[in-house]
Design a protein around this ligand. Structure first.
Ligand SMILES: [Zn+2]
Length: 251
């Protein structure tokens, strides 16, 4: 029995009290999934929606260190509605999903907040043809907006410079803040960065930096300093550029 199995069973029992039509099983060894019908009733700004969806919740091997991922299995939600290419639901910007999950890493909270909010938003969209809480943060642009709000700047160069510190693991409170304020990190963007470091693995910041690059407009690449990229991401992009150059030579 793996170390987190007892914890998962306990959390599942708690989940079943509110959502009795979900079942816990093990698809492959060590690969826990929860599937079934999720009935919910939720109210936002006076609009109550009661509905049900077939869902599949996949627990990562290291659960509850990482949040689950979710698919809708009734073929009701179209692929172009806030989903990733593998058809898992985009419950929000990954960094935001991590932050919210880590603040209370239990299945019941995950389902009642992130999953029900998403399903409510879709059911609302189906009914009224618009989104209930404004657009869900989605894709590269949503991730950029998330960091824009958090760091109070939309300058892609500064966002990347701050993410580089997070992804490379080089945070030191007495170093100058990479935003260029002239202050040291501790007295500038440091506190919000430390909060992020507490809740998310480094790989996520790498992914987010990549998304910031995808969100950039053509003019933002003028005078762009590629040295601002996290080391690992820079290596990956250099490798891609080399492959492309080789390919063009062959053609
Ligand atoms: Zn700063």
């Amino acid at each position: 029995m793996s170390s987190n199995e007892a914890e998962i069973r306990r959390q599942f029992e708690e989940l079943s009290e509110t959502f009795p039509d979900l079942r816990l099983s093990e698809d492959k060894p060590g690969c826990r999934v929860i599937r079934g019908i999720l009935y919910f009733s939720a109210t936002f700004q006076g609009v109550t929606i009661a509905d049900s969806f077939s869902i599949l919740i996949m627990l990562p091997q290291d659960y509850p260190n990482s949040p689950p991922i979710v698919q809708e299995t009734g073929s009701r939600i179209p692929a172009d509605f806030h989903q990733y290419p593998d058809r898992t639901l985009c419950l929000g910007a990954p960094v935001e999903v991590w932050r919210r999950f880590k603040s209370d890493p239990r299945l019941i909270t995950f389902v009642e907040t992130l999953v029900v909010e998403y399903l409510y938003a879709y059911a609302y969209f189906e009914k009224f043809n618009k989104m209930p809480f404004g657009e869900l943060p989605h894709g590269a642009q949503g991730i950029r907006e998330y960091y824009h709000e958090l760091f109070q700047t939309n300058d892609a160069h500064i966002l990347l410079a701050l993410l580089k510190v997070l992804a490379d693991g080089t945070y030191r409170g007495h170093h100058p803040c990479p935003c260029g304020s002239g202050k040291i990190l501790r007295k500038c963007h440091g506190p919000s960065m430390l909060e992020l470091l507490k809740n998310q693995p480094k790989e996520l910041f790498l992914k987010d930096a990549e998304n910031i690059i995808y969100s950039m407009e053509r003019n933002e690449f003028e005078n762009f300093d590629w040295g601002l990229l996290p080391k690992k991401l820079k290596r990956e992009l250099d490798e891609m550029a080399r492959e492309r150059a080789n390919h063009e030579k062959c053609a």
